[in-house]
Write a protein that binds this ligand. Sequence first.
Ligand code: F6P
Length: 463
Amino acid sequence: MSRLVVISNRVAVPKARGVAGAQGGLAGALNAALKDRGGLWFGWSGQESEDRTGNMNLQRNDGVTTATIDLSHRDIDEYYNGYANSTLWPLFHYRIDLTEYENETGRGYERVNERFAESVMPLIEEDDVVWVHDYHLIPLGERLRARGAKNRIGFFLHIPWPPTRLLTSLPFHERLVKTMLDYDLIGFQTQEWLSSFVHYCENELGASVDHETGRIDHEGRTVLARAYPIGIDWEHFQGLGAGEEAKAAEERLLASTRNRTGMIGVDRLDYSKGLPERIDGIGRFYDQHPERTRDLIFIQIAPPSREDVESYQHIREVLEQKTGQINGARSEVDIVPIRYVNRGYSHAELFGFFRAAKIGLVTPLRDGMNLVAKEYVAAQDPEDPGVLILSEFAGAAHQLGANGEGALLVNPHSPDLLARAIAQALDMPLAERKSRYEAMIGTVRDDNVRWWTTEFCTDLAEG
Ligand code: F6P
């Protein structure tokens, strides 16, 4: 088997591993993918320095070598906070109202992609298979080709691909998408995002597409585009669930919620996660059922994220205000209906919290996949499972909410529909909870991160 070289913006270097939530699903998934095969993982250290000597930090752990570089203040500002997280992230999550279109940050994005190519190229050997990840590094394949890389190179997008009419609001959109044709294989989380990409290629680039195989031909270049829904590291997560830390966390939450039903949400503090809308739905539930304030307690874990980006600062204030209002109106001396926690917890603790909470609330306005939804299901007791309430706009809804079985699918924009789903989950009889759990657990267990890696890497190697 060829060596795998993974390139992503964020790298889970060994010393920083442990706290889940804040890092999103990507780093955990790639860690699992690499643990099995061994290989090299290259990316940004997360640190700022003005050192342009190309100094790289190399660490070896469990057969995986991580190689990271620092970025300068300007690079972080223009590439990470700028083009990646103030332009591509909001646009790809259908938020053109929050999207900033600045040529300067676009140039910074290209510069850092060039810097990544320059730094990683000497580490790539002839037979390596190279796998580039996410919206920070869309043009990296083209940059590697320009430096002579002849390897098989794949790209996986962890976030949605926007509809063509939204994407065309991006200046130089054609240039960006054309760079993707230098990959051999492009992966998306769902058929929905794949279809939007194919639509763009056919209608904006005039590419010819074979819809059966996913083969796209344009100006003498050929790329395969397919959907590969990412999964969780099932075995690792179950192992954590069997440990002391998870058990202690479960007991801690159960003890503190006593006879009330715990309902939990775990999300990076990001506007795409639909947190203010979620709180509105919970507020509506309490308004409609004031007598049930004693039955339900909501725990929202929301570690801060991308705090230097303006749109992320605003959401924090909004949430504090909304939770404060509900708690102010509905608290008693022995009851606080919403616990809003601004920090991350380890994966083992999250397992315990998920198992203790009888409702999981995952209601993004738009999400590439959402691994929290899958982890919530994975942590349930099969004999007494909780109910997953899931946004119909999360990629995970395709697998977990199919045919009205499995998760309760909701439109996260509607407080009334959210309130209704909460009431339905609270009153759901055990038999229905079990049958819904049964409808989800197979795909969560089997279509796991190992399956995802194997599927993608096999297609990449075989072409
Ligand atoms: O999964 C999507 C993603 O944007 C990843 O690319 C990223 O690592 C993660 O969310 C967390 O975001 P950040 O790296 O900006 O903290």
